[in-house]
Design a protein around this ligand. Sequence first.
Ligand code: NAD
Ligand code: ZN
Length: 603
Amino acid sequence: MIPARYGATRFPGKLMQDLGGQSVILTTYQATVKTGLFEEVYVVTDSDIIYDEIASNGGKVIRSIREHDCGTDRIAEAVEPLDIDIVVNVQGDEPFTNREGLEKVLKVFEGEDAEKIDLASLMSEISDWKEINDPNTVKVVVDQENFALYFSRSPIPYPRDKKSTVTFYKHKGIYAFRKQAILDFYRLPMSELEATEKIECLRFLENGKNIKMSVSNSRSVEIDTPEDLKRANLLIKKSKQGVNREFRNFPMVPKIVFGAGSFVQLHDILAEQRTENAPFIYLIDAVFENNAPFLNRIKTEGSDEIIFISTEEEPKTSQVDALVSRLKKQYDGMPSGIIGIGGGSVMDLAKAVSILLTNPGSAADYQGWDLVENKAVYHVGIPTISGTGAEVSRTCVLCGPERKLGINSDYTPFDQVILDPELTRGVPKNQWFYTGMDCYIHCIESLHGTFLNAFSQSYGEKALELCKELFLSDTLSDSESRAKLMMASWHGGMSIAYSQVGVAHAMSYGLSYVLGTKHGIGNCIVFDKLEEFYPEGVALFKEMVQKHQIEIPEGVCKNLSDQQIDKMIEVALSLGPLWENALGANWKETITPQKLKSIYLKL
Ligand code: NAD
Ligand code: ZN
């Protein structure tokens, strides 16, 4: 049920405002129906205007008769005559209502302790002290089983020790009630705590009801002010234009140094960017941890800190969140900058950390296209292995709780890159090949894609030419080869800036999500079997494999359960833009789950 009144105090008539060509309330209604989670969806209102809006668009709407102080009362009146078990209140002013949160709040009633639960609600982690202190943000504390203990506009718990690592939760106004619980709420008088804090759900706690909380970190966009509406309209416009819009306006890395030995300039470059007392944080691949000669070249100052990053596994959203929360607790204010030194994994981690320092919530909230709102902290990328193009790209790929997907945004690219081919000296041969092939595959997928234009083509062709020279000829010296591979990586990355990768990447993401297969080797495993899509590219790839005597693992999906294969397929299919680039707008006709399964089983 979506309670809706016309005259909101802060923003009168907000539910009837125009959002992407239709009213806010109709958008919310349709988004709720579209989740497919409910047997019935109703708008409940006392306003003729809202009633007509929903009814005339074929929606279900109930007119509430009595005057109500709050949405919960409005719902209570509406459910009284209906035969229902559980009712969920959906906020009328959250037009981007997403399935994830609603699903979580319903799932609560499937647990072992379901009997005990009168109602369920959602909370999300917050770590920004300003938000924790903001009385407009309702905080909640829970017991070990996530039952709510108290809700308050004060920071709770109060962290007496400033370095405390307790997690703060913000309450989100979505509830799922058992019918009896909401009827009780309606009959009980407003209680003292509720009246004092002006928080409705305290009435339940004061009357001994059990509220089970579930964590959902997905962001919602609430329309509370005309500015919110403007932002929401912008979001809709962006999503309509989509990632495939004809003329993309994207940023490039604004400053770059190239050349063997250029790493020596790092110190001077950073000196210009240092803000007083704010440290630089170095995220460095742990492969360098015992490499004293290399580390001695980094001149840390003041409270600058080096954090070594294990790249045994690819970066995760939880890893980004943990790093960000640690940095926020450790230092007052923002660092001067984040310096990433390593391969694609560390490049991506550095980009993500710099974004999450200035944007609230979890990294998982920003996986997708253009979801980042605030400019990132100054960040520098220094690759020590070549091929991914992560040093130049507009994305940082992360494994999240639900998917493997990049944070694609205008704030993702580095502010500064240092390309010093000497830094790639220690890379083991197999790894050199796998990561180098990432570049080769970027070229092939971009050059064969439907999104190709002259911009992408010119970068892609150059990178392809370099790859052929690097992996098929014997004419290059070691240092030429290192320098050229670095430039191939750069061009390969640029070539996808205006297009997209394709089949190998989509499938490799699935492999990586389920099996933890790393990007470079995963791409090779998949690409090896993609003759059907890229005949010449795969033939050349096989030549390269042979020339360098690299072994490509086989039979990796042989012993997987149906469930695992299904998850791989789900992850791969969720990457629409990649498939659209590879096969055109009607890609769904060619790539069915069955088709994907047959390819996965060949790997
Ligand atoms: P990686 O960063 O995991 O590094 C591979 C291995 O090489 C690691 O074991 C690392 O310790 C080692 N290594 C790096 N430099 C070394 C050196 N100088 N000497 C010795 N060993 C060294 O792998 P990668 O292939 O560079 O990157 C893969 C990651 O990049 C994946 O997470 C993938 O999702 C991401 N990626 C991102 C983009 C993007 O545009 N953001 C594009 C492609 C891939
Ligand atoms: Zn790649």
